[in-house]
Design a protein around this ligand. Structure first.
Ligand code: DMJ
Length: 640
């Protein structure tokens, strides 16, 4: 047996020194002696080294300690009269001395600035609630996880190409219809050109003041909402120069790393929906890249105890919160329930299931909940997972949740039967409790508030005519019924336009005694260039080819041209019952995304964006049907 070799001192384990065989005591003693000697030698070398370091290390090594902010304690004292110390601690004179002083001064200033910054940050932190701080920490954690994931990511296999037929065309054979379509295109050009001149880069336009405009849904930044929202309309109208300008702005100036609190829903339907549609139509990668960048910024909104997202999120900090006006701190059904289409496409294009999982989680949670009378209330608390106030509507606060159940099914090539079932159940409950016929024979959709039906229908609810028609095929053996219901809603909404001075519909209208399809309160008489009624005309036109829908659509187009057009674009009006209405001076981005697009499609052939290949998101951005039956949600980049 050989004696164990001496291990180097750097070895983590000091071996027992008496491992030698007991039969060789002398050998053992020699071993102990030589080891002790070496240990002593190394120890003394180490002490010498430490002393050397202490005395001879240059002062600059001490400067590093300044970053701790302990300025007074650690800055070496400098006596200006006696000359400065050089890094080695010797006195220096002349230009070197001057340079050295400057250096010291620079360091001192830096320390001061660091100090103040740290103090400011600490003060800011103290102002925040525990939840905000927690959310910030969570966001930071997510960022790290996300970065790690990106590093780990291997190239993904390409996704199958969705069917992209019907991107161009739709030229009407009829001369009159072609002229009408040209007129709508001219209106689009007027809206775009003026935004281009007076509002470029701002979210929206003030067409009378001729300057940019924004609201809190877009946060405090200029994110060019009108550009993103208008892109696909420009594309299908063949306005290629305008489309190119928009693309260039998006490439050069659209930045999501901004300290700005935005609406998750609005950003999803207008920006992500708009960018995805522009990507599918044009094939330009930049739109997909921007859509994904933005979607990543929305993800922190889902960091709630239930996974139901906050209504708003700060794009920089990731801190989320809900609207102050929403019942008991609730999130809104039409907001968290209107993410599915875009999020499924994001997972499809990136191969990252995170988006898909988020929206499926929302669906699972909703499925488990009790529904009063089978109805979905508009408010859900994201902390407790409990419903807020029992208020159900197919107009504002509820609308697009139902729309997205139907469209999830359509977009999945009709394979997502779960979504279809949820839609059918919801619509049956709505028909039972909310849909009524007025004395004058108009079918309307009221609002359910704590067990009471309010006989009031919003302009927003008029989209449901198109939804019922779109969902007729595939319903529980009631296709004819739903097509008819869609047509009845279209008629009611047309009446709400026809009974005004301007032939434009009010924001909401009543069915009360003698009053039918008319706004009563002054605050409900405005028209802000909304699309829902024209949207319904278009769907009904596609399914029935009844010429009345083109006629009604044209009436609306003429009224918009006459009363909303101004030299700087198009503006909403404050009172549709007054023949000399005041303007609200806002050109909404959805006017370009939806109202003008639906009008253009109404006067186009059915081969432009056929409904068996395209599904329109709630902001009228067309997304292709995904044939997911044989596909897992992975794959990147999309192969065209
Ligand atoms: C649009 O932004 C969308 O259609 C949304 O779903 C609700 N309505 C506005 C326009 O009125």
């Amino acid at each position: 047996m050989t004696a164990p070799a001496l291990l180097p001192l750097s070895g983590r384990r000091i071996p027992p020194l008496n491992l030698g065989p007991p039969s060789f005591p002398h050998h053992r003693a020699t071993l102990r002696l030589s080891e002790k000697f070496i240990l002593l030698l190394i120890l003394s070398a180490f002490i010498t080294l430490c002393f050397g370091a202490f005395f001879f290390l240059p002062d600059s090594s001490k400067h590093k300690r300044f970053d701790l902010g302990l300025e007074d304690v650690l800055i070496p004292h400098v006596d200006a009269h006696k000359g400065a110390k050089n890094p080695g601690g010797f006195l220096i004179h002349g230009p070197d001395e001057h340079r050295h002083r400057e250096e010291e001064e620079r360091l001192r200033n830096k320390i001061r600035a660091d100090h103040e910054k740290a103090l400011e940050e600490a003060k800011e932190k103290l102002k925040k609630s525990r939840e905000e701080i927690r959310a910030e920490i969570q966001t930071e954690k997510n960022k790290v996880v996300q970065e790690m994931k990106i590093k780990e990511k291997k190239p993904l296999p390409p996704v199958p190409i969705p069917n992209l037929s019907g991107i161009n065309g739709g030229d009407p054979e009829d001369d009159d219809i072609r002229k009408k379509r040209e007129k709508i295109k001219e209106m689009m050009k007027h809206a775009w050109d003026n935004y281009r001149i007076y509002g470029w880069g701002h979210n929206e336009l003030r067409p009378i003041a001729k300057k940019g405009h924004s609201t809190n849904i877009f946060g405090s930044s200029q994110m060019g909402a009108t550009i993103v929202d208008a892109l696909d309309t420009l594309y299908i109208m063949g306005l290629h120069d305008e489309f190119r300008d928009g693309k260039k702005w998006i490439e050069d100036s659209l930045d999501f790393s901004v300290n700005s609190e935005v609406s998750v829903f609005e950003v999803n339907i207008r920006f992500i929906g708009g960018l995805l549609a522009a990507y599918y139509l044009s094939g330009e990668e930049i739109f997909k890249i921007k859509a994904v960048q933005l979607a990543e910024k929305l993800l922190p909104a889902f960091n709630t105890p239930t996974g139901i997202p906050w209504a708003m999120v700060n794009l920089k900090s990731g801190v989320g919160r809900n609207w102050g006006w929403a019942s008991a701190g609730s999130s809104i059904l039409a907001e968290f329930g209107t993410l599915h289409m875009e999020f499924v496409h994001l997972s499809y294009l990136t191969g990252d299931p995170v988006y898909y999982k988020k929206v499926m989680h929302i669906r699972r949670l909703l499925q488990k909940m009790d529904r009063p009378n089978g109805l979905y209330p508009n408010y859900l608390n994201p902390r407790t997972g409990r419903w807020g106030q029992y208020h159900t509507s197919v107009g504002g606060l509820g609308d697009s949740f139902y729309e997205y159940l139907l469209k999830a099914w359509l977009m999945s090539d009709k394979t997502d039967l779960e979504a279809r079932n949820m839609y059918d159940d919801a619509i049956e409950a709505i028909e039972k409790h909310l849909i009524k016929k007025s004395r004058g024979g108009l079918t309307f959709i009221g609002e359910w508030k704590n067990g009471h039906l309010e006989k009031k229908m919003g302009h927003l609810a008029c989209f449901a005519g198109g939804m019922f028609a779109l969902g007729a095929d595939g319903s529980r053996n009631k296709a004819g019924h739903y097509l008819e219901l869609g047509a009845e809603i279209a008629r009611t909404c047309h009446e709400s336009y026809d009974r005004t001075a301007l032939k434009l519909g009010p924001e909401s209208f009543k069915f009360d005694g003698a009053v039918e399809a008319v706004a009563v309160r002054q605050a409900e008489k405005y028209y802000i260039l909304r699309p829902e009624v024209i949207e319904t005309y278009w769907y009904l036109w596609r399914f029935t080819h009844d010429p009345r829908y083109r006629q009604w659509g044209w009436e609306a187009a003429l009224a918009i041209e006459k009363y909303c057009r101004v030299s700087g674009g198009f503006s909403g009006v404050k009172d549709v019952y007054s023949s000399t209405p005041a303007h609200d001076d806002v050109q909404q981005s959805f006017f370009l995304a939806e109202t003008l697009k639906y009008l253009y499609l109404l006067f186009s052939g059915d081969d432009l964006l056929p409904l068996d290949h395209w599904v329109f998101n709630t902001e009228a951005h067309p997304l292709p049907v995904l044939h997911l039956a044989n596909t897992t949600l992975s794959g990147n980049p999309a192969v065209r």
